[in-house]
Design a protein around this ligand. Structure first.
Ligand code: MOS
Length: 687
């Protein structure tokens, strides 16, 4: 008998790393290099609302190498798809940057050049793109994303606020933010007879199947999508967007392999963004810090062609108890591209506001902000009145305080100077829901050969190639080199996409289920194939399951220039069993960095006259670079939560960003004595 090393919990380096650095892990656009491909370039509307009154592709068509120009007049008709995907189906223009034609050419250079030769005339109106809390057309969506209730009310909030001995009433604003994975969205599409073959950048091939089969009137058997390696996504590759449909149309019309890669600038209008928010927070407390009232009212935007209602205040429903609580969400329907999910959609902006308000309340109380949170730790989910599966926020706060050196902090703001630098520290809590989704996995066993484990999971840079191999190896009781993993292919067993921090919690149990069916079975000489599955049970009804965390940050502000630096951050998380400490640390680090970026840099500015995003590239839409990130200390508490899955894991992709912007904003106040309540905290706000 060979001794099997336990793989789960080991700091295994990325299995796909060597292939990535050797150029052997192709992204979508790098497939079919030998094909006689055609290239697709998009003509975009410069107006944000209106109608196409005339369109003429003949100038583009006349360019040598151009094969086709598709417009709403002659593009293939799509089947039943949601409004935001009805690309080239009518003369209506609903946002700046909307595709109004595509050029298909022998080379990408010719296609892009010919874009400028398509003549389009518009009848246009003034765009309505400014979000404000006093618009008279704000409306309550029926439900929020993921099925959350729009509002929640418990007790008499206004009376409780009026009676509270200590209270805060503040408004925070967060801007339009854009998912900017380093790999641009790309699709390669070809029709092999009536079978549609695609190589595509996405967060799970099966996510695309229902929309594409419906749009082109084909069956699941007629669609094959391959996506083994994806260069980041953050939510922008979770759903089907119009570029995929355009590439498929181009392939259909030309009968060739069609390649379409969005430019970085096009990503700002064609693959979604995080809605801006305006959030009014009112907290009431007794002098000892016990919360008596919590009110969190959110205003956000959606587009003319979609109702995207982000669940901004839902984390507030469970973070702290108070006898009177209210959360509301109101939408303005603007002439903007459809928003989408972006890493911790809802929780990231919502917890920024709640955790900033908690800091303001601590200051009003003259209380340590860590103590304020400990004082308000609920022993059951206050919204649903069910037990937590596990809630280790207290451990995160106390361990974080210890690691960071919080003890003895002088809570007065604006009193520490080191040369030109004003110095402060801040804290904030984090939470993210734990869920699982239906998934299936297959294992093929052949005597004397490695097990082949197949599941249509997706690795968007998270480490899923590695962690799923670890899980499979342990479940099969073999070393990792006895497992060959296959993921990222719609012909593999159907699995949920990489989103909502549900990858490992959904895919892992399906792999374990398959492995358990193989255990104690004799594998015949011809081999044996088993299929496992997993999905949510009724645990979600009986328990409240969430990951928790605590962020600590030190901020320095240059008194003369307003420059903000973050020399160190500490994040401590309670996120269930950590499958791989190396890839997990990267997930937390990436999330915390994205939170720093949200706090200090990221803002897409809408031009109010034209309705387009003015700073639509990486030169002007600022994202934290290495030089912006100081020392980042990351730890997690021992936690195994088997309520949702046999792995005891909770999901770690998103919690790192939640709360980290608040910790930095709170440290900025502690350094300077000034509250900046509209992100990002850029130097101009100092003056
Ligand atoms: Mo994540 S925003 O659920 O892809």
């Amino acid at each position: 008998m060979t001794t099997i090393e336990r793989s789960v919990g080991a700091g295994v380096r990325r299995l796909d790393g060597p292939d990535k650095v050797r150029g052997r892990a192709p992204y979508a656009y790098e497939h079919e290099l030998d094909a006689q491909a055609v290239f697709v370039a998009i003509v975009q509307s410069p107006v944000a609302r209106g109608r196409i009154t005339a369109i003429d592709g003949s100038g583009a068509q006349a360019v040598p190498g151009v094969l086709a120009v598709l417009t709403h007049v002659d593009a293939p008709r799509l089947g039943e798809v949601v409004e935001e995907l009805r690309v080239l189906q009518s003369d209506a223009v609903q946002y700046a940057g909307q595709p109004v034609a595509v050029v298909v050419a022998e080379t990408s250079e010719v296609a892009r050049d010919a874009v400028g030769r398509v003549r389009v005339e518009y009848e246009s109106g003034d765009p309505d793109v400014v979000l404000s809390a006093d618009r008279d057309d704000l409306y309550a969506p029926e439900k929020l994303m993921a099925g959350f209730e729009t509002d929640s009310v418990i007790g008499d909030v206004d009376a409780a606020l009026a009676e509270a001995p200590v209270s805060v009433d503040v408004v925070y604003e967060t801007p339009n933010q854009h998912n900017n994975p380093i790999e641009m969205h790309a699709t390669v599409a070809r029709w092999d007879g009536d079978v549609l073959r695609m190589w595509d950048a996405n967060q799970g091939p099966h996510n695309l199947v229902p929309v594409i089969t419906e749009a082109f009137g084909i069956t699941e058997d007629q669609l094959h999508i391959t996506s083994p390696y994806v260069g980041g996504a953050f939510g922008s590759k979770a759903f089907t967007h119009v570029h995929q449909l355009l590439a498929i149309m181009a392939a259909k019309v030309t009968g060739r392999t069609a390649k379409l890669e969005l430019t970085r600038q096009q990503m700002f209008s064609l693959v979604g963004h995080r809605t801006p928010t305006i959030q009014r927070l009112r907290l009431g407390a007794r002098p000892d810090g016990t919360l008596t009232a919590i009110s969190h009212e959110v205003v956000e935007h959606t587009s003319q062609n979609a109702e995207f209602a982000e669940q901004t205040a839902t984390a507030t429903r469970l973070m702290y108890a108070a006898p009177a609580r209210r959360t509301t969400h109101r939408l303005a329907r603007l002439d903007v591209p459809a928003p989408t999910i972006m890493r911790a959609p809802g929780e990231a902006p919502g917890m920024y506001a709640l955790e900033s308000a908690m800091d303001e309340l601590a200051a009003a109380l003259g209380m340590d902000p860590v103590q304020l949170r400990l004082r308000n730790e609920p022993d059951r989910d206050p919204e649903r009145d069910v037990p937590w599966s596990t809630r280790n926020l207290v451990a995160c706060l106390t361990e974080g305080a210890e690691r960071f050196g919080w003890a003895g902090r002088d809570h007065r703001p604006g009193v520490r100077e080191e040369g030109r630098w004003l110095v402060g520290t801040g804290v904030a809590a984090a939470t993210y829901p734990t869920r699982r989704r239906p998934s299936q996995a297959r294992i093929e066993a052949v005597p004397g050969k490695p097990f082949v484990v197949s599941i249509d999971a997706s690795d968007i840079g998270t480490g899923a190639w590695t962690t799923l191999t670890q899980i499979a190896a342990d479940a099969l009781r073999v070393p990792m080199d006895q497992v060959v993993l296959r993921i990222g292919d719609s012909r593999l067993p159907k699995a949920s996409g990489a989103g909502g921090s549900t990858g490992i919690t959904s895919w892992g149990p399906a792999v374990v289920d398959a492995a358990e069916q193989l255990r104690d079975r004799d594998v015949p000489a011809g081999g044996l194939t088993v299929t496992g599955s997993s999905g949510p049970g009724d645990e979600a009804e009986q328990l409240s399951s969430h990951a928790f965390g605590a962020h600590f940050a030190e901020v320095r502000v240059d008194r003369d220039t307003g420059e903000v630096r973050v020399p160190r951050m500490t994040g401590v998380f309670a996120a269930g069993r950590i499958i791989n400490p190396v890839t997990a640390r990267s997930q937390f680090l990436g999330g915390m960095t994205m939170g720093l970026s949200m706090a200090l840099h990221e803002e897409a500015v809408l031009d109010t006259r034209r309705g387009h995003y003015a700073n639509h590239d990486l030169a002007e839409y600022h994202i934290a670079a290495n030089a912006d990130v100081g020392e980042v200390d990351i730890a997690w508490v021992d936690e195994v939560d088997e309520a949702h899955n046999p792995l005891g894991a909770k999901g770690i992709g998103e919690i790192g960003i939640v709360g980290s912007a608040a910790a930095i904003g709170n440290a900025y106040w502690h350094a300077t004595g000034r509250r900046v309540r509209d992100l990002p905290i850029t130097p101009d706000k100092w003056f």
